[in-house]
Write a protein that binds this ligand. Structure first.
Ligand SMILES: C[S@@+](CC[C@H](N)C(=O)[O-])C[C@H]1O[C@@H](n2cnc3c(N)ncnc32)[C@H](O)[C@@H]1O
Length: 281
């Protein structure tokens, strides 16, 4: 099935994030990170915040879990940690690029389903189905329906991700509406047994991003523009005119200074949600 434009842009965005994060900052993960109070909010500490997040997440895997399905496994780093801890882990990844990285990291220790979760078909059943910052990309209804059918009786759905609050429109993208999510999940045999709000601990990642956009990315773009105007004045004018709307949109989205931790806390809620299957189906 052909992927739509939005899905392709999102996938490529994540892949670029993975390449740049790894090359420039030695980052292995593809999630926000968990900033403890004693950790200085600085780009050089993102890898520590990401490790904190992975450890925090793993500490909430319920007892007696043996088999986990890591949906949207990114680079495979969380799956690797889970395998090292002693769990049997399979992965789902729709991105051929990220599948390549995961396969390199995990070898034969995990089965990787190379498809979107919505399209996954399997006879295998799991004790925990994990969505680490991947639930926001998945259709809620489809995702929950699949999860209920792939879970063992008494299995768990563990989601750690950001959601949208009811407070107007923000320019920080991502996340399902929290209320919509709860309304949909209430129609399925899943009981909420843990709900932790970690918005405060994840928000500093947005400040780090904003700082990088403001102090490195934006000045680089301005200087490149100046160079092009100097070398190719006519072509530069034409490009600026033709793409004015697109350029304005990019400026508004990335460089208007609104991508801040404060705004993240206002518009988003980052939650760890653990549901237990109730077997009333
Ligand atoms: C922000 S990354 C999180 C990666 C990883 N779980 C982590 O915590 O580092 C989002 C992941 O969701 C995956 N993803 C996006 N859409 C998906 C879908 N429809 N089904 C399954 N995975 C999806 C992406 O390929 C990517 O690996």
């Amino acid at each position: 099935m052909k992927k739509n434009r939005k899905t392709v842009s999102r996938e490529i965005g994540l892949e670029i994030g993975s390449i740049c994060g790894k090359y420039f900052l030695k980052l292995d993960h593809l999630h926000y990170g968990y900033w403890t109070k004693d950790l200085e909010v600085d780009i050089t500490n993102v890898h520590i915040a990401q490790e904190n997040y992975a450890n925090f997440l793993i500490s909430h895997i319920p007892e007696d879990t043996k088999k986990i399905l890591d949906v949207g496994c990114g680079t495979g780093q969380i799956a690797k940690k889970l395998i090292v801890t002693g769990y049997k882990v399979d992965c789902v990844s729709p991105s051929p690029f990220l599948v390549g990285q995961t396969r390199e990291l995990l070898g034969n220790s995990s089965h990787i389903y190379e498809c979107s979760y919505e399209r996954l078909q399997t006879e295998n059943r799991y004790d925990v189905i994990l969505f680490s910052e991947s639930f926001q990309y998945i259709n809620i209804e489809e995702g929950i329906k699949k999860t209920v059918s792939f879970l063992n009786p008494d299995g768990y759905m563990l989601i750690c991700d950001l959601f949208r609050k009811e407070t107007g429109k923000s320019n920080i993208s991502g996340g399902h509406r929290l209320e919509t999510f709860h309304n949909i999940v209430s129609g399925y045999p899943l009981r909420l047994i843990k709900d932790l709000d970690i918005t405060e601990e994840t928000a500093p990642s947005i400040d780090v991003l904003n700082d990088a956009l403001k102090k490195a990315v934006h000045p680089t773009i301005i200087l490149t523009q100046q160079l092009l105007e100097n070398r190719y004045p006519f072509a530069s004018k034409v490009i600026t005119l033709v793409y004015k709307k697109k350029i304005d949109k990019i400026n508004k989205k990335y460089f208007n200074g609104e991508k801040t931790g404060e705004n993240f806390k206002k518009f988003k809620s980052y939650r760890l949600l653990l549901f237990k299957k109730t077997n009333s189906d």
